[in-house]
Design a protein around this ligand. Structure first.
Ligand SMILES: Nc1ncnc2c1ncn2[C@@H]1O[C@H](COP(=O)(O)OP(=O)(O)OP(=O)(O)O)[C@@H](O)[C@H]1O
Ligand SMILES: [Mg+2]
Length: 357
C-alpha cells in the first residue's frame, strides 16, 4: 500500500518523530506557499493587534505539504497552546463536547482530517464555531434534555486532504481557507538545505537540486529522500551528497528522474497499455492498479497532472503524449481525419469524398 512507498505522501510513526525535529516553528521559517503565508500572517497579525483569538482556519492540501506544521505555527505565533485531535478519533458528538468544553480561552484546536468527522459531531461543531456554544444532551429518550454550555473563544484549525468532501456549511464557517499547492523545485531545495543543516548532512547544490526535482513537489518526500540519499552517501561514498551520488542512490530506490515511483508508473502504464491512453474513469483505473480510488486520486494524480503526464477530463483520465514518451513508448498517431482537419491546406474529408465520387 501507499504507506510503504518511498515517494508516498503519508508518513509512519517513526517518520513523524524525525519530522517533528525538522518542522519549522515560525511563519518566517516556513518555506514557500507565499500567498498562504502572507494571508495567514495578516489574519494572525490582525487578531493579535485586536487582542482577540484568530478566526478559524481551514488548511487544505495533499499529504506532506505542511498542514500540521502550519497548525503548530499558528498556535506558536498566537502564543497559545495547541490541542490536537482528528476526525476519525471523534466517533460520538460527546467526544467532541468533552474536548470543546475543556478548552481554555484562546487555545488552538487542531482538527486533522476534518472531512472524516462523524455527522452528529459535525453539527455540534457548527454551533461551537459560530456561537461558541454547545448543547450537551443529558439522559436518553423522552426525558433527555439539552443543556447549553458556553465555550471560551478558541481558534479551530481544520486540515483536510479533500476539501471537496467538506459540506458547505462547515466550509463557510472558516474565516480563512488556505489552499496549499505542490512546491516548486527551487522551494524544495531550500527545504532540503535547511533539513541538511539540521541533520548535519553535507549536501552540495547539485545534490540538492537532484533530490528536489525528484520529490514530487512535497517537502515530506524531499526530507525522506534526503535521509535515504544520506544513507547511501555514508555507506557507499564519503558522506558528501553530490548530484551524481543522489542520482545513484535514487536509482537504487527506484525513484525515476521525474520522482515517479512504482504506483505512479503503474497508473500511467495501466492508462496507456490497458486503456490505450484513455479516457478512463477513476475507479476503473484504480481497480487496474489494485489501489483505492482515493489513493490514486489524492496520492498519485496531483503530481502526474502537475508533471503534465495525465489529464483529468469530464470523460475520464487521459495520458498525455509526454506520458507515452516517459514510459519509452510512442504515442499513437492522431487519426488521419483529425490530421486533415488540423491542416488548413488540405480539403475537408467531405470534399475529398465528393471529389472521388
Ligand atoms: N513549508 C515548509 N518548509 C519546511 N519544511 C516543511 C514545509 N512544509 C512541510 N515541511 C516538512 O514536511 C514534513 C511534513 O509536513 P506536515 O506534517 O506538516 O504535512 P501535512 O500536510 O500535515 O501532511 P498529512 O496530510 O500527512 O498530515 C514536516 O516534517 C516538515 O518538516
Ligand atoms: Mg498532518
Amino acid at each position: 500500500m501507499s504507506t510503504d512507498r518511498l515517494v508516498g505522501g503519508a508518513a509512519d510513526d517513526e517518520e513523524r518523530a524525525v519530522e517533528a525535529a525538522l518542522r519549522p516553528t515560525s511563519l518566517d521559517e516556513f518555506i514557500g506557499q507565499d500567498r498562504v503565508r502572507d494571508q495567514l500572517g495578516l489574519v494572525l497579525d490582525a487578531a493579535r493587534a485586536r487582542g482577540k483569538t484568530a478566526d478559524h482556519v481551514l488548511l487544505s492540501g495533499g499529504p506532506g505539504l505542511g498542514k500540521t506544521t502550519l497548525a503548530m505555527i499558528i498556535a506558536g505565533e498566537m502564543g497559545a497552546p495547541l490541542r490536537l485531535t482528528s476526525g476519525p478519533a471523534i466517533t460520538h458528538a460527546g467526544d467532541l463536547a468533552a474536548i470543546l468544553s475543556s478548552l481554555n480561552e484562546g487555545e488552538v484546536l487542531f482538527l486533522d482530517e476534518i472531512h472524516r468527522l462523524a455527522r452528529p459531531a459535525e453539527e455540534m461543531l457548527y454551533m461551537a464555531m459560530e456561537d461558541f456554544r454547545v448543547d450537551v444532551v443529558v439522559g436518553k429518550g423522552p426525558g433527555a434534555t439539552a443543556i447549553p454550555l458556553e465555550l471560551p473563544p478558541f481558534t479551530l484549525v481544520g486540515a483536510t486532504t479533500r476539501a471537496g468532501l467538506l459540506p458547505a456549511p462547515l466550509r463557510d464557517r472558516f474565516g480563512f481557507t488556505a489552499h496549499m499547492d505542490l512546491y516548486e523545485p527551487a522551494e524544495l531545495e531550500l527545504v532540503l538545505r535547511r533539513s541538511a543543516g539540521l541533520l548535519k548532512v553535507d549536501l552540495r547544490p547539485d545534490g540538492a537540486s537532484t533530490v528536489a526535482r525528484r520529490s514530487r513537489g512535497t517537502p515530506r518526500i524531499a526530507n525522506r529522500l534526503l535521509r535515504r540519499v544520506r544513507d547511501f552517501a555514508e555507506v557507499r561514498g564519503t558522506g558528501v551528497v553530490t548530484g551524481p551520488v543522489a542520482s545513484a542512490a535514487l536509482e537504487i530506490y527506484e525513484v525515476d528522474e521525474l520522482g515517479l515511483d512504482r504506483l505512479d508508473r503503474g497508473v500511467l502504464t495501466a492508462l496507456v497499455k490497458l486503456f490505450g491512453g484513455g479516457p478512463v474513469g477513476l475507479s476503473t483505473l484504480a481497480v487496474a492498479v489494485g489501489e483505492e480510488p482515493e489513493t490514486v486520486e489524492v496520492v498519485a494524480e496531483p503530481f502526474l497532472v502537475r508533471a503534465g503526464l495525465l489529464a483529468r477530463t469530464p470523460r475520464g483520465r487521459i495520458a498525455t503524449p509526454a506520458a507515452w514518451h516517459h514510459l519509452g513508448l510512442v504515442p499513437p498517431a492522431p487519426a488521419p481525419v483529425a490530421v486533415a482537419l488540423a491542416r488548413q491546406d488540405v480539403p475537408l474529408p467531405l470534399d475529398a469524398a465528393d471529389d472521388g465520387a
